[in-house]
Design a protein around this ligand. Structure first.
Ligand code: ADP
Ligand code: MG
Length: 607
């Protein structure tokens, strides 16, 4: 006897509901998103007992026809996409066509709706996926969805609900994530006849203030505007001044109008604030990303808030730079440009630049800090002039234009009409390289420039698995915590590829037998510990993130320092390497590598 049969729709919907509708908050989120997708300008949310007894959403959106009203409750019924390709140009909140079917499977739903073009509207009642009634009814334009007795037929789920206070808190948390994206929509939220929130049509900043103002404590006064427009992504919003930091900061990311969690970008924001905050105090931020829909993962599950981006690393850089810029513009942080005193770091012993010491074996005698990146030696005969990239983009000296041009350069370095040798470059204060260019004077931070070069070099070493090891005569022993030791064992291969040879002596004790040739033995242990601590702190979870952290830590440690005098050949070599990189506008952790003092600006000063 055959035993397989198809589940009836009502059962299938109830199973789907278990995923999509977990609590009143998820139900509210789906309904409000539908109202927004329908173009509503006013949305009222009426709750009884935090939505467990009644959850009603009334909108003035476009409404539904009689047939659509019925269709809306079928599983995979949606008006928002037609074909798979539409997934890559999504601009609506919904698209799965699952929400209403799920809600109707586990609650009693009353729908009243009318389109502007219809004279009479539709009333529909459905419970446990069964249509109880559908009839013409007079109704205002728009849609009212009344959800009664949520989970009436799923006792386990109903029991699983928390106290009214907790469910209400969840509802409000989810509601904020939507209200912060639609300041131009009026929202009213009522629970048990008490108005909890009445949000008029506002600007984003006003909306933030209305929602998060505490007693008489303004949040908006501590916010500065954030704006970055690039070919890849537009970022806007607000970030908190350091003095407004608090222990329970409000931190929000949105992408294309959707709330998201993004630990990696969160880290980017933290990086931008480095050194400005005291421990345990965090800045608030409200950051909105606008990006081509095909550059993010479209398979967005209704209950998941993590979203994958195609170019995370690049966006990280833009984000760090944009946040720093905002803080700098309002004189909160020192300006990013070339005379930032806090950037001056003069180490006692210049690291990574001493030739290899004689007693050690496997010496790379041709060692030179710039040549050390020989594994990444681009063919300059074919490299094209980086400075041509400014063509046509610098008609005004406005820094915004320069910045845009700089963003663009990092994507498109390959036109050269003259060689660097024609352009004398000078070192200034042991810190910057000054380079005359077609549109002005370029200032390049020598340390940051070399960090970029070294980063690429170490990344390539790991990918190509061929780091240059320098054996150590007297291997150093390091004792690690259990956590550090287990991490070290996970990344031991990656470390080998950059030149570390580490062997385990006892569970938590290791000996460092060889170190990357670029680093020099005296710095190796510290660099290794640095790598472990950074990964533990930043929680690099994927292998790729770990590789990036290893490469960046080593790049920082091996790059030439501020204060190091360079020969002409070294300068030329560094610039050639820098501008041959696909990424040279910002360091991998988002610090600006160069800036341009435009000719217009120089001329203006003589006027
Ligand atoms: P999705 O939003 O993923 O399309 P839903 O199950 O949430 O799926 O809704 C199904 C369909 O019902 C929507 O595509 C839309 O056409 C219609 N709909 C739902 N709510 C509303 C509303 N408030 N106003 C107008 N149409 C709506
Ligand atoms: Mg929907």
């Amino acid at each position: 006897m055959d035993v397989i049969h198809l589940l009836p729709d009502s059962v299938a919907n109830q199973i789907a509901a278990g995923e999509v509708i977990q609590r009143p908050a998820s139900c509210l989120k789906e309904l409000v998103e539908n109202s927004l997708d329908a173009g509503a300008q006013h949305i009222q949310i009426i709750l009884r007992d935090a939505g467990t007894t009644l959850l009603q959403v009334i909108d003035d959106g476009k409404g539904m026809s009689e047939t659509d009203a019925r269709m809306a409750f079928e599983r995979h019924a949606t008006s928002k996409i037609q074909q798979a390709a539409d997934l890559f140009s999504l601009r609506t909140m919904g698209f799965r066509g699952e929400a209403l079917a799920s809600i109707a499977a586990v609650a009693h739903v009353e729908l009243l709706t009318r389109r502007a073009e219809d004279e009479i509207g539709t009333r529909l009642e459905i419970a446990g996926s069964r249509v109880l009634l559908q009839e013409p009814a007079s109704a205002p334009v728009g849609t009212s969805m009344k959800i009664k007795d949520l989970f009436f037929n799923v006792p386990a789920r109903r029991r699983f609900l928390k106290t009214e206070a907790t469910e209400l808190r969840n509802l409000i948390t989810d509601f904020y994530r939507i209200a912060l994206v639609y300041p131009a929509v009026h929202f009213l939220l009522v629970n048990n006849d008490e108005i909890l929130l009445d949000l008029p049509v506002q600007t984003t900043k006003q909306r933030i203030e209305t929602i998060f103002k505490q007693k008489n404590k303004s949040i908006a006064q501590h916010l500065v505007e954030l704006k970055a427009q690039t070919a890849l992504v537009n970022i806007s919003g607000f970030v908190g001044k350091p003095e407004g930091a608090s222990k329970n900061a409000q931190q929000y990311f949105f992408v294309n109008g959707r709330y998201m969690k993004h630990p990696y970008f969160h880290k980017a924001v933290q990086t931008a604030y480095a050194g400005m905050l005291t421990a345990d105090y965090n800045p608030s931020y409200f950051i909105y990303f606008d990006i081509a829909p095909d550059a993010i993962d479209v398979n967005i599950h209704p209950t998941k808030t993590e979203i994958k981006f195609a170019d995370e690393q690049y966006i990280w850089q833009i984000l760090v730079a944009a946040v720093r810029e905002s803080l700098g513009k309002f004189h909160i942080a020192p300006s990013l440009d070339f005379n930032t005193p806090s950037d001056i770091e003069i180490p006692a012993v210049p690291r990574g630049i001493t030739p290899v010491c004689p007693p050690e074996v496997k010496v790379n005698t041709a060692y030179n800090p710039f040549r050390s990146a020989s594994a990444y030696r681009p063919d300059f005969s074919t490299t094209k002039g980086w400075e041509k990239l400014y063509d046509g983009t610098l008609s005004t000296a406005e820094s915004q234009t320069v910045r845009d041009a700089e963003y663009q350069t990092s994507q498109a370095v390959d036109i050269l009409s003259f060689s660097l040798a024609d352009q004398p470059a000078y070192q200034y204060k042991g810190k910057y390289i000054i380079l005359p260019s077609e549109h002005g004077l370029m200032f390049i931070d020598q340390h940051r420039a070399h960090v970029c070069v070294q980063y690429k070099y170490f990344c390539d070493q790991i990918t190509s698995q061929r780091g240059i090891m320098q054996q150590v005569l007297f291997p150093e022993t390091v004792d690690l915590s259990v956590e550090e030791a287990s991490l070290l064992l996970t990344i031991i291969d990656d470390l080998r590829f950059v030149g570390f040879d580490v062997s385990q002596l006892s569970p938590n004790s290791f000996s460092i037998d060889a170190v990357p040739a670029e680093l020099g033995t005296e710095n190796a242990t510290r660099a290794l510990l640095n790598i472990l601590h950074t990964i533990l702190e930043e929680g690099a979870s994927t292998a790729e993130q770990r590789v990036q952290t290893i490469a960046l830590t080593l790049a920082e440690d091996s790059a030439i320092r501020i204060g190091k005098m360079l020969t002409d050949i070294e300068i030329t070599d560094l610039l050639n390497r820098l501008f041959a990189l696909p990424e040279h506008t910002f360091t991998p952790d988002g610090r600006r590598v160069f800036t341009l003092l435009a000719d217009d600006e120089i001329e203006r000063r003589f006027r």
